[in-house]
Ligand binder design. Sequence first.
Ligand SMILES: C[S@@+](CC[C@H](N)C(=O)[O-])C[C@H]1O[C@@H](n2cnc3c(N)ncnc32)[C@H](O)[C@@H]1O
Length: 280
Amino acid sequence: MTERFSADWLALRAPADRRARNPAVADAAAAWAAGLGRAPTVVDLGCGSGANLDCLAPVLPVGQVWHLVDHDRDLLDRAVARAGDQPAVSVATPVATDLSAALPLDLIGAADLVTAAALLDLVSAAWLDRLLSACRAAGTAVCFVLTVDGTVTWWPPDPDDETVAAAVRRHQACDKGFGPALGGDAVARLRRATEGWARAVAGASPWRLGAADAALQTALIDGYAVAAAEVIAEGDPADLLAIRTVDAWAVRRRRAIAAGHGGLTVGHCDVFACPSFAIP
Ligand SMILES: C[S@@+](CC[C@H](N)C(=O)[O-])C[C@H]1O[C@@H](n2cnc3c(N)ncnc32)[C@H](O)[C@@H]1O
């Protein structure tokens, strides 16, 4: 079963994503692109409604060509429309494809840069390894941002935060269409795989959500409660105590937001890596 994301959810998270992106990683991508001596060709995997292009395009040279790839045609259309607002960018024919079925190896082989935002935690270890092998073989740089690292810290603390977090981590590791998902392990696997590349820069990009992010916090609490309940139901649907624990946790968390004193940090990591100095 493939994973669907609503345009509303992507719009809700976009401001937090933009704030969270690691500036040192963006600088590394910009410096690499400036050294290319020409405008880069970029492939955006799981582009959604185009938030990644919005943030990355302004640091890349004018004339860049983007190949937008997603299995959701509605999101792809939105991404193409949004790219029209970026003067430095031209968009090649968008690619509507299920990335779990096959990597777009022709695009990757011809690209200067492969990028993805908030995608790698959904994929399997084998899929990520295949993607990185293809990029390395082609000499294609990568910029993978906003990959969750599995850490969540709430304030004020609640006695059941860790119970819910553990269930959410188990849910993140369930199949999202690519086989068993990497979830919070994606960051470590990506960093290990790119360690030996000519250049690799990693930096934290946590969401820091406070009172001004009440809507996103509420959506996260709702999503975490549903995910935890699904994991509990898979293990023991009759475990009413666990289900009540999660429900009560969500009620307390929503109350804290309503009172204006709830917040959380969700750990993410950004990575830019280039396999070879020689290319180009
Ligand atoms: C969390 S969203 C991130 C979207 C966008 N990169 C952003 O930062 O807003 C993950 C994206 O991956 C896409 N996706 C998930 N599974 C996919 C698959 N099997 N093939 C192609 N795209 C997929 C979704 O449609 C969605 O747009």
